[in-house]
Write a protein that binds this ligand. Sequence first.
Ligand code: HEC
Ligand code: HEC
Ligand code: HEC
Ligand code: HEC
Ligand code: HEC
Length: 497
Amino acid sequence: MKEKYLNFIRGVSINKTGKTGVVLATSSFVAMLFLELLRVMGVLTNAYIGLITYLLLPTLFVIGLIFIPIGWIKYKKFTGKTTRELLERQFTDDELQKSNMGSKLIRTVLIFTLLNVLFLAIASMRMLNFMDKPVFCGTACHSVMGPEWATYQVSPHSRVACVECHVGEGVGALIDSKLNGTWQMISVTLDLFERPIPTPVHQLRPARETCEKCHWPEKFYGSRLKSIVHYDKDENSTPRFTTLVLKIDSGEDVGKSGIHWHIDQANSVRYSSIDDKRQEMLWVEVKQEDGTFKKFTNRKLVDNEAEDDNTRIMDCVDCHNRVTHIYEDPHDAVDQRIRKGLLDRSLPYIKREAFGALISSFTTTDKAKEIIHNRINGFYREKYPDLLGVKSESLDKAISTLQDVYATNVHYNMNVDWGAYPSYLGHKAESGCFRCHNNNLIDENNIPIKSDCTLCHSILANGSAEPFSYLKQATNAARDSVMHEYLRAEFLEFFAE
Ligand code: HEC
Ligand code: HEC
Ligand code: HEC
Ligand code: HEC
Ligand code: HEC
């Protein structure tokens, strides 16, 4: 039995080309089995090895298989003999003997072909499966996806696979993504991609097919209390509280509409922006109950036209553009680490110094680590030498924390510096919600889209000394007592309704 297959292999290894084919096909087959075994055993998890196992080796295998008939054709040409004569030369009569199930040789060929097809089918299934894994998407072309991989791992979606948002379900989505992926591989190999990767991402599937699989809009959102602490840049890094009650209802169940009103099934908001950045709106339209659209036009941009047809129906990503790849603002990043206790507030001027260290350079992570270390150590050594001994642990912790913050947010090789990917969730720098909620977008009666400060959130503190300042009675002496009373009443009314 074994003899038969060995004979066959000897038979097709006719010349150099044929032999190369046999060696290539056999060795890549064995190598793939071996690597796959190691992967199943959990020894290898690296994305590059995955690429070798599922892409390189099967490709070599196929090339090997193609070499074998080429070798045969070449041999035929070279000897000038007929196929029959050559077969007789390479194989025994016994193997060529015809029976009613074909000759033994044909059966051997069939068995090998079946094995090959089976092997390739399994390899491609494994490949598709493997390519859907975040570790592949995130690390196979390491430097390119570095920023997204780093931010993804510390995000609320770190257990959600990249493909759940980027590919979605269905055959169409799969084909789209593979075509797109092939192009990406070419552009990475030839270094044709932009740094940083430009946003918005146009190939993203509609949110209905992705986000809404897990977060359905009919869900009752309620409201969300969010308390934010900022720290002053003084010696004590004094805390300042901002407390918002975000009105995140979609409105359907409660009869009052809030932030998720835009994506409620019954509503539709569409807009056109000046370019494909979705930053400067030309007009915004809202579907009315009778199915017509009410239009708000930007009075500052009436003479402009959109570069292309950029009309877009608003969905989750128009606000949650940084839902997973969350790049921090350096101020907020420091504030959050102080709050978590990773930066010790008893270190004098820690807010100011930490912030300064983070933004002091745009360079490789290794260099930046050194700069952060030297800067923090240098400052305390010079100004507070007595602290070095007592607080050495806090200082080390502060340094390593800041180094981590830098490594997650700043990616020199991809040109991702602080602020490269702003979030639309709030209204920092008049962006985010204020792209539409501003006084320039007006309807035919000159009435703008609403933007009063309590439309989206009640405000219970705003840079105040206490987290719930405005819930207390205002004292007449306070400078902002009128505003204070207004905010208090607004919140109580909102809740009581
Ligand atoms: C919860 C959904 C979600 C998951 C999971 C997710 N992404 Fe994204 N990703 C997005 C959204 C939304 C954008 C679009 C940002 C925009 O258009 O402004 C995006 C943008 C990107 C971009 C463009 C650059 C950027 O930072 O905006 C890349 C590259 C990317 N994702 C790669 C990945 C990789 C790799 C993974 C897995 C390791 C992943 N994504 C997982 C939602 C997701
Ligand atoms: C496969 C399921 C899945 C998909 C798809 C998904 N999410 Fe999530 N999302 C989650 C889970 C799980 C959490 C974490 C919940 C928690 O922390 O309690 C989450 C959390 C969130 C949060 C709250 C984050 C926070 O700060 O607490 C937002 C906002 C969100 N998702 C929006 C989106 C958007 C927008 C999309 C589409 C681009 C999306 N999600 C796609 C499962 C998913
Ligand atoms: C108009 C902007 C906007 C749109 C559109 C939008 N969201 Fe939100 N969403 C917000 C804001 C603002 C918050 C509150 C943010 C916070 O808590 O920091 C929020 C909060 C959430 C939360 C957390 C809710 C909780 O209970 O804590 C989830 C989950 C979420 N959104 C999912 C979605 C999904 C899914 C979509 C699309 C179907 C969507 N959002 C569309 C603005 C929006
Ligand atoms: C693409 C434009 C656009 C963006 C971006 C946008 N909105 Fe809106 N929003 C609208 C329009 C249009 C209305 C309806 C205004 C009207 O009828 O006066 C609206 C209405 C609202 C309402 C009131 C719903 C009601 O009728 O009671 C809230 C709350 C709201 N938006 C919150 C937000 C928040 C929070 C953000 C940012 C996270 C945001 N919006 C971003 C266009 C937008
Ligand atoms: C269209 C909706 C909308 C309007 C109008 C609006 N806000 Fe906001 N605001 C938000 C959202 C959303 C956030 C972000 C919450 C978060 O961090 O998730 C926010 C955040 C804030 C913050 C916290 C910023 C921080 O990080 O410390 C303050 C303060 C604030 N808003 C004040 C105001 C004031 C004052 C006005 C009136 C001029 C106003 N807002 C109008 C939606 C709105």
